[in-house]
Design a protein around this ligand. Structure first.
Ligand SMILES: Nc1ncnc2c1ncn2[C@@H]1O[C@H](COP(=O)(O)OP(=O)(O)OP(=O)(O)O)[C@@H](O)[C@H]1O
Ligand SMILES: [Mg+2]
Length: 235
């Protein structure tokens, strides 16, 4: 349902992402792995047209949405759960969640907040607390719940396990599995190979802005390719 082809993104003379192609399908998790600076975040932001694109197309459900603005992409069904979560720590949990339904009328926002609380009962109980008071894992859950407030069909996640304890990582993994089972397509940027093995059917390895490997996780993530991706020796 998502097909990205020929995506090249440059910041001035620096080409951060070069000729990247990938797909994501409903009810599956597609992984993007790679070392620091490989171009993972830039790829996600390129899909959302938030970085300078030189070439490439983004097609969602057969519709070319290349270069559409953020509002149009959200309406088309794409949401981002950004790197480092980007919650507003001094704002309440409820207000952070409501930002995910920005642009909708009051009634819709309330209804979606109520639905979020059905899934995450503890967020209702702590709705008025500042988000910054939560643990890392809870903040990540709020960041994911905020992204779900736009009711996406495609959810882009940028290193959701980063900085979390092993127990919190397992909880986030469980949540992502649930969201996938609901039929949402997930595009998951991760450096946690265990999480990729657990969740992803297929994955792409990015190195120096290029896809250097792609395919079923079981075939792709042999020990050599993983260490190469992290040592950055793939070119
Ligand atoms: N706004 C920007 N201006 C200039 N260069 C940028 C910008 N954003 C990213 N880059 C460069 O593009 C390259 C890819 O960065 P990107 O953030 O996509 O990497 P990443 O794979 O997400 O890394 P990490 O794992 O550290 O998050 C890096 O060399 C980075 O310095
Ligand atoms: Mg990144």
């Amino acid at each position: 349902m998502l097909t990205v082809s020929g995506l090249t993104i440059a910041f001035g003379a620096t080409v951060a992402v070069r000729d990247v192609a990938l797909t994501a399908a409903p009810g599956t998790v597609t992984g993007i792995l790679g070392a620091n600076g490989a171009g993972k975040t830039t790829t996600l932001l390129g899909i959302l047209h938030r970085v300078p694109r030189r070439t490439g197309t983004v097609v969602l459900d057969g519709r070319d949405v290349t270069g559409h603005d953020t509002g149009a992409l959200v309406r088309a069904g794409i949401a981002l759960c950004p790197q480092n979560r980007r919650l507003f720590p001094n704002m309440s949990i409820a207000d952070n969640l409501l930002l995910g339904a920005y642009g909708h009328g009051r009634a819709v926002r309330r209804e979606r907040l109520a639905r979020t609380y059905e899934r995450f009962g503890w967020m209702r109980e702590r709705a008025d607390e500042p988000a910054g008071r939560l643990s890392g894992g809870q903040q990540q859950a709020v960041a994911i719940a905020r992204a779900l407030m736009s009711e996406p069909r495609l959810l882009l996640l940028d290193e959701p396990s980063s900085g979390l304890s092993p127990v919190a990582v397992q909880e986030i993994a469980g949540l992502l599995a649930e969201i996938t089972a609901d039929g949402t397509a997930l595009l998951l940027v991760e450096q946690n190979v265990g999480l990729v093995r657990r969740l992803c059917s297929t994955a792409h390895i990015l190195a120096h802005g290029r896809v250097t490997g792609a395919g079923p996780v079981s075939e792709l993530l042999t020990d050599d390719t993983v260490s190469d991706a992290y040592l950055g020796t793939l070119t």
